[in-house]
Design a protein around this ligand. Structure first.
Ligand SMILES: *Cc1c(COP(=O)(O)O)cnc(C)c1O
Length: 465
């Protein structure tokens, strides 16, 4: 260190002196002296390092340090997990938190979380109750299931089901259904983890009822069917109808486990999507245990729902593993509130954001894109923003080859590349997640709520200042 550096170091203001600056005093009053002081120390420490490493040659003035402390403090107060604007047009975006919940459901969660509740208390009897009883009759009404159990997610549902019903025994499953769902979740791995043994039948593209029949033996614990929601086989293919597998299983006194992935409670044909069985249909087709996610097309919180025959679910309730997979009261609250909306299908479509986004017509998307364009023309006249058609996705591994016709605002500006523009938007105060298409930033509005349009516009304008 040379004399100039030593001089710079001694010229730095003391922590207490900086803390006396009016703006910092104000922050201190509103928040915490301890945390403001920490920010002051961190900022001064950084400046000292810059001086020693030769990156700082002039004494930083106090106003500059004060601003640096405020910046530091603000960013240290920001949550790491925070709201973003999804302008990708993918409704169930796994990286962006999958299903969005509505504001009334959010406030119901806050009510249950902020107060005591009857989570495990039987109000009628005045004694201990079960957290699993809250949804029994509701799910029964919606799907025809005898009993229901809620766990952390569908992966947990598969694990608990197999561990309870098939540990040490064989699970018969078609080779065409040994799929990877995503995020390293592979059906064969979960079967193995459950302590049961995979008994693969058929071939990748074709499985016959006879293949299942030949595989059943004394060691068999269950027959399993997995809905291959995230890929589609075409051509020379054949799989066995669920009701035929169910008859075979029942003939041997075995349960049929049907992992549906997305739990549909309404027929997706009403949204113009191809037919897939609903939970009720899967149960009617003889599924003894039907498994599905809470936060895929159901549009609720992350959860795994196990619906089906009481005799099997009773066994799962006694499995100690359930304790490790159990859900919190906030999830229960959100799930019940979501499921209640399905009592009237039209109410569900109107009030569940995932279904709203699916049902949105391209006309409605165009209107939102135009509203955003208008706001941007006022706020940022040198930005080029064109309304164009785009293809939106369902996401969450559902309907992989199917797109929804929507509208996007396509942005470009002189002297800035699409990559740089995308990055600026992503670093906004409320980050905007967009896609780049044909070298332009593309903001699909299907996944942006109407009330979010002014915020989105502000974030774009701020990012480009
Ligand atoms: C998505 C999916 C799962 C995993 O569900 P999570 O709720 O994400 O754990 C399991 N099985 C199938 C068929 C799926 O599509």
């Amino acid at each position: 260190m040379n004399a100039e550096q030593r001089q710079l170091l001694t010229s730095l203001p003391k922590v207490d002196l900086l803390l006396k600056r009016p703006a910092l005093q104000q922050w201190e009053k509103e928040f915490s002296r301890y945390l403001i002081k920490q920010s002051v120390q961190d900022v001064l420490e950084q400046v000292r390092r810059d001086i020693v490493s030769g990156q700082c040659h002039i004494p930083p003035d106090t106003a500059y340090l004060e601003a640096a402390v405020i910046d530091h403090f603000k960013s240290s107060r920001r949550f790491h997990l925070r709201q973003v604007i999804n302008a990708t047009g993918t409704i169930l975006h796994t990286n962006l938190g999958r299903a969005v919940l509505s504001a009334p459901i959010g406030s119901h969660i806050a009510d249950i979380a902020g107060h005591y509740s009857n989570l495990e208390y039987d109000l009628a009897q005045g004694m201990r109750g079960s957290r699993y009883n809250h949804l029994q009759s509701l799910v029964g009404q919606l799907t025809g299931a005898e009993d229901v159990l809620i766990v952390n997610n569908n992966a947990a549902a598969v694990l608990l089901t197999l561990t309870t019903l098939c540990k040490g025994r064989e699970v018969v499953i078609s080779r065409g259904e040994l799929v990877e769902i995503g995020g390293h979740f592979r059906i064969p791995d979960v079967i193995e983890l459950s302590g049961s043994v995979i008994r693969e039948v058929g071939t990748t593209n074709k499985t016959h009822l006879e293949d299942y029949r030949r595989a059943v033996c004394e060691q068999t614990g269950a027959i399993m069917k997995v809905h291959t929601s995230n890929y589609r086989m075409i051509g020379f293919i054949e799989s066995v109808r669920a009701d035929d597998i169910a008859s075979l299983a029942h003939g041997y006194g075995l349960p049929l486990i049907n992992d549906l992935g997305s739990g549909l409670l309404v027929d997706m044909c009403r949204f113009g999507l191809p037919y897939e069985p609903t939970v009720r249909e899967a149960l009617q087709q003889g599924g003894d245990i039907v498994l599905f996610s809470g936060d895929k097309l159901l549009g609720g919180p992350q959860a795994g729902i196990i619906a089906g025959k009481k005799q099997y679910i009773e066994q799962m309730k006694k499995n100690p593993l359930l304790r490790a997979l159990r859900v919190d009261k906030m999830i229960m609250a959100a799930l019940e509130a979501t499921l209640k909306l399905y009592l009237d299908e039209n109410m569900a479509v109107k009030n569940i954001p995932v279904l709203q986004m699916l049902a949105q017509t391209s006309c409605e998307c165009m209107a939102k894109a135009k509203a955003l364009q208008q706001l941007l023309q006022e706020g940022c006249p040198d930005l080029q923003a064109a309304v164009e058609t785009c293809q939106d996705m369902v996401g969450g591994g559902a309907y992989p080859e199917y797109t929804l016709p929507g509208y996007a605002l396509v942005l470009s500006r002189e002297n800035i590349t699409a990559d740089a523009l995308e990055r600026k938007l992503r670093r906004a105060e409320v980050p905007v997640i967009s896609r780049i298409q044909k070298d332009k930033v593309c903001l699909s509005v299907r996944t942006v709520a109407e009330q979010e349009i002014p915020l989105l516009s502000r974030m774009i304008v701020q990012a480009l200042l």
